[in-house]
Ligand binder design. Structure first.
Ligand SMILES: O=C(O)CCC(=O)C(=O)O
Ligand SMILES: [Fe+2]
Length: 287
């Protein structure tokens, strides 16, 4: 390594950013030699009776645990497991991509005990259909959605995904038919409490990509996609806002969501906001 007396913390070779560049440009990286597993004392938490029977997952966020059975005597142990996974995910990510450390915003932790193949309440909520992630009530306002998954299936079953075309091809396919925000719509959504913050032009386009892809039967049936099987014990990190994905089978996983601002990106040109701005020829985020 070259000596750099003016800024000793800067790695002149860029090696410290190699993982971030790879993750941002490839979108999905399978972690080799790193995993998270349940301890024998946590194994009973896989019992589906811990769920409330309505929510898709048990999850942990700022407001505490959601989706667990009411008055579950094991609530504290469920919370502790999700906290342990949240901390492992954060430490793993910061170790691999040190540049993210000061930017990382921690989102929900989810404990997924349902069989994916069992389906969903509606096509729009059906993650067995190819999509990029975008949440109707939670505009990211340009921040990236990064998720860390681990397959904790106790009987060795893989988690099966389909991974589709690259983001730019996907965006070019659906941007022309995307519904634009009506004047005053973003303000009204926020004021009525439909969204937590203002839905930007970027958020509207992302939501349109998500909805149009999921609701397009011909696209779902004929879209280019390859199957990926994540074996039991595997951990993987995905920018789910740019990787076109569908979960088609498998059971028992943990997932941690992170948000990262565009300033944190090592390869900002690959971010969906920048790709969409190139395609539409306009700026999509407030200055
Ligand atoms: O549960 C999974 O394996 C992935 C589902 C999905 O689409 C997501 O979490 O974004
Ligand atoms: Fe998704």
């Amino acid at each position: 390594m070259r000596a750099n007396t003016s800024a000793p913390d800067v790695d002149p070779s860029g090696a410290a950013d190699a993982f971030a560049v790879r993750l941002e440009t490839e979108g999905l990286v399978l972690l080799e030699g790193r995993s998270f597993s349940l301890t024998s004392a946590e194994a009973d938490l896989l019992d589906p009776s811990h769920g409330d029977g309505r929510a898709k997952n048990i999850s942990l966020g700022a407001g505490g645990v959601r989706g667990a059975a009411e008055a579950d005597p094991d609530l504290d142990r469920l919370r502790a497991l999700m906290e342990r996974y949240r901390d492992w995910s954060r430490d793993t990510l910061c170790d691999l991509a040190p540049r993210y450390r000061s930017w990382l915003e921690i989102g929900r932790t989810s404990f997924r005990t349902r069989e994916v193949a069992d389906g969903a309440a509606s096509p729009r909520k059906d993650d067995r259909r190819l999509h990029v992630d975008a949440f109707a009530s939670q505009p990211t306002q340009g921040r990236r959605i990064l998720r860390v998954f681990v397959n904790i299936n106790p009987s060795g079953e893989g988690r099966v995904w389909r991974v589709g075309e690259d983001f730019e091809a996907h965006a070019r396919r659906f941007v022309p038919s995307a519904r634009r925000l009506a004047p005053g719509e973003s303000w009204a959504l926020k004021t009525l409490g439909v969204t937590r913050s203002r839905r930007t032009l970027y958020d509207q386009l992302m939501l349109q990509l998500h909805d149009q892809a999921k609701l397009d039967e011909a696209y779902q049936a004929g879209a280019p996609a390859r199957e990926m099987v994540f074996p039991s014990g595997a951990a993987w990190i995905v920018y789910t806002d740019s990787v076109v994905h569908a979960a088609i089978a498998g059971r028992f996983a943990l997932e941690q969501t992170f948000y990262l601002p565009l300033e944190a990106m090592a390869a900002p040109a690959a971010a969906p906001a920048r790709v969409l701005e190139r395609i539409t020829g306009r700026s999509l985020l407030p200055a």
